[in-house]
Write a protein that binds this ligand. Structure first.
Ligand code: ADP
Ligand code: MG
Length: 684
């Protein structure tokens, strides 16, 4: 035994015996870069070599183990003929065949008249048993190494089981003894295992195949904890002391009174939460989650006016030109009776104007700057930035959020607006470092979108209806089937559909798809916005957040290809004005039970949070699309559906420690899951 030191396992894989440059290249392809990655590379199954079979009982085509006497070695001198070793036991004879093996080596491992253990896949050729290139040949003394269940790992070209074992067992058989970060009681009460036993079992039993075995659940728990602790540490770093903002809500109260509607309860609550944060001595780091159309924008404008009142500058960013322009127009309108100075800045702003804006920002002559992410650039300097609002950003990673918070400076509060309700487990994993406000209600004036489903073969029933819509000056989104992940196929289906519809309604149809660049896309969206066209055919991406108040019908083809949450997002594009929104889901025949359930859920509910949970339940985590970039998919072991309880447990466990997480205690865990760099935990 040669127990490894704790810090040794965080070294490069090439520090292991027998791992040279070539092998380490192969291993890195399997994401095994550091020695500890061997620990995390779990076997997917086992090979049973534990039974010694008699030759006459061998089963063809299976991996088996035999104990035989070497009778004859045959090394033909003719090229391309294999070397052949004849062996036997008391029940029969077998040929062991080698291609490309050296004679000296074979003579050594097959001593004439000696007994050997051989394990490999058997076949039958010309009335005789054979094993070609056996996996293992060993003398009887070392048979324990072979005659047993051997874990099976996913390997790449260039590494076979035997080779991988010589590397992996240096680690898995000599695990460093860890001072477990979970107490014995905690482990026992929650039906887990201690760390060393866990790793031991995961590599030497079927546990890793069963995602509810004690050991598998323990490693899942560890992974979730590593994630939560990282978020918690991130939060500590961001939520630092700042100067409290002070304001009397003078302007914002006036605005609230002048609105043509009453704020919903959810909006008021969220608004209050943000005001508290602004007045607090600790920096705000908050996200508003609310469905499309739930009224996040107005809430953010009200808070912006409070920040301006407290004599700070504000920056509002949105991902696209159109969306940010829409915000700008709205801001100018909402703040029309104030003396706030508002400017718009994007990559397209002309040079002279840009220069003037930058100067004024630095001099503090602008109160609110609205724009695209180009506001992030280094050269943009503020006199006293106090508030950053970022709309439609659910794709900021932990590290980016940290950078964002830094960018604003010490007195800057940060607010994100996200229109993608996500299940609770994901919420915790993604935004655990932020405070969360949820807007769950919709403005009461908004009518629930009516959702129909229709078989695709009845598509011709639609044209009269669409014609009527166009005559009434309504606008229509037409979402093309998602054929597969291939952009080219999705594109061609969209083009075909566009041509088809264009024939029926000449000059009234526009097309956008993934291969257009941002400028081309925005041009067409603008045409739609200005009502120059009535139907917008598109592949999945219709920009989130843009208000098309005149669009009231959305048709989604091959709707069962989309996830529930995605369908909900899509239908949220319509019904944002006064007209009743309608969504028609077109389906191919032969819907699965699951698909039928999903349609029902969608027809019955318009609560994005509920739908997100159902989506997760119905499809399972593995099938969820749309979250790839979000970071939740980065879990290697944890599955938010199967391990829901462990997410809750980890949440409780980590939040109990609150601000007092002993990062030393967890540094091994954080390094194991590559989290240490994110939060710079010092060496062990
Ligand atoms: P979100 O950004 O959450 O998708 P918006 O803020 O763009 O939603 O609001 C969508 C529309 O609803 C806007 O036209 C807005 O003026 C309107 N709106 C916002 N709050 C209310 C409310 N409480 N009652 C009625 N309409 C509202
Ligand atoms: Mg919005």
């Amino acid at each position: 035994m040669n127990i490894l030191k704790k810090d040794f396992i965080f070294k490069d894989i090439n520090k292991l015996k027998g791992v040279g440059p070539q092998l380490s290249k192969y291993l890195k392809k399997r994401k095994i870069e550091k020695i500890k990655d061997i620990i995390l590379n779990l076997p997917y199954s086992e090979t049973d070599r534990s039974k010694i079979s008699k030759i006459n009982k061998l089963e063809i085509g299976k991996i088996q183990t035999i104990k035989v006497t070497v009778k004859k070695l045959n090394f033909p001198r003719i090229r391309n003929l294999p070397n052949k070793i004849l062996c036997e036991d008391e029940t029969g004879k077998i040929d062991i065949i080698y291609f490309n093996s050296r004679e000296g080596y074979l003579r050594k491992i097959f001593p004439l008249n000696g007994q050997v253990i051989i394990s490999g896949k058997t076949n039958y050729y010309k009335n005789k048993y054979q094993i070609t290139n056996p996996d293992y040949v060993t003398n009887l003394e070392n048979q324990d190494y072979v005659v047993k269940n051997i874990p099976k790992y996913t390997l790449t070209k260039g590494i076979n089981e035997k080779k991988y074992r010589t590397i992996s067992e240096q680690v898995t058989k000599n695990l460093p003894v860890i001072n477990d970060w979970l107490s014995e009681d905690f482990v026992k009460n929650n039906n887990l295992l201690n760390w060393n036993n866990t790793i031991e079992r995961l590599h030497n039993s079927n546990d890793s195949k069963e995602n509810n075995s004690k050991s598998y659940r323990r490693i899942v728990f560890d992974e979730i904890c590593a994630n939560f602790i990282t978020l918690s540490e991130n939060r500590k770093r961001i939520k630092k002391i700042k100067k409290a903002k002070s304001f009397q809500e003078i302007v914002s109260n006036k605005i609230i009174k002048s609105l043509p509607f009453n704020l919903t309860k959810s909006q008021i609550n969220t608004y209050r939460e943000i005001n508290e944060d602004l007045k607090n001595k600790i920096r705000m780091f908050r996200i508003i989650q609310g469905d499309v159309g739930s009224g996040k924008t107005i809430v953010s404008f009200l808070t912006i006016s409070n920040v301006i009142e407290s004599k700070y500058q504000c920056a509002l960013m949105a991902p696209t030109e159109i969306l940010s322009r829409q915000h700008y127009k709205l801001a100018v309108n909402i703040f029309r009776n104030t003396n706030f100075k508002i400017e718009y800045l994007s990559g397209k702003t002309e040079y002279v104007k840009k220069k003037r804006i930058l100067e004024n920002l630095e001099k503090g002559k602008i109160d609110l700057i609205i724009g695209t992410h180009s506001l992030f650039q280094k050269k943009i300097k503020f006199k006293n930035l106090g508030f950053i609002v970022i709309d439609e950003q659910h794709k900021f990673g932990v590290r980016q959020r940290l950078e964002l918070a830094k960018k604003g400076g010490n007195n800057c509060d940060v607010l994100l607006l996200s229109a993608t309700p996500i299940p609770r487990t994901m919420m915790m994993s993604l935004y655990g470092d932020m405070d969360i406000s949820k807007i769950t209600e919709k403005p009461s004036v908004r009518k629930k979108i009516i959702t129909y489903s229709k078989p695709e073969k009845k598509i011709n029933d639609l044209w009269d209806y669409i014609k009527k819509q166009i005559d009434e000056k309504n606008q229509i989104f037409w979402v093309c089937p998602l054929i597969d992940e291939s952009k080219i196929l999705d594109y061609s289906s969209a083009v075909n559909r566009f041509n088809f519809i264009e024939k029926k309604f000449p000059k009234k149809v526009g097309l956008i798809h993934g291969s257009l660049n941002k400028i081309e896309k925005e041009k067409i969206l603008n045409k739609f916005l200005k009502k120059e066209i009535s139907i917008l055919v598109s592949t999945t991406v219709i920009e989130v957040g843009i208000d098309f108040p005149n669009a009231n019908l959305i048709i989604i083809e091959n709707a069962n290809k989309f996830g529930l949450a995605q369908l909900h997002q899509l239908r949220g594009r319509v019904g944002r004005g006064i007209k009743q929104g309608i969504c028609i889901l077109l389906f191919k025949d032969g819907l699965s039970k699951n698909a039928i359930k999903r349609i029902k859920t969608l027809k019955n509910s318009d609560d994005g949070f509920y739908i997100a949970e159902e989506d997760l339940k119905l499809r399972g985590f593995g099938d969820l699309t749309g979250y790839q970039q979000s970071g939740v998919k980065n879990f290697r072991f944890a599955d938010p559906v199967i391990h829901n309880d462990l997410f809750l447990l980890a949440d409780k466990y980590v939040s109990q420690m609150k601000e007092n997480i002993n990062s030393k205690k967890f540094s091994f865990l954080l390094k194991l899951f590559d989290k240490a760099e994110i939060i710079n935990v010092e060496e062990i």
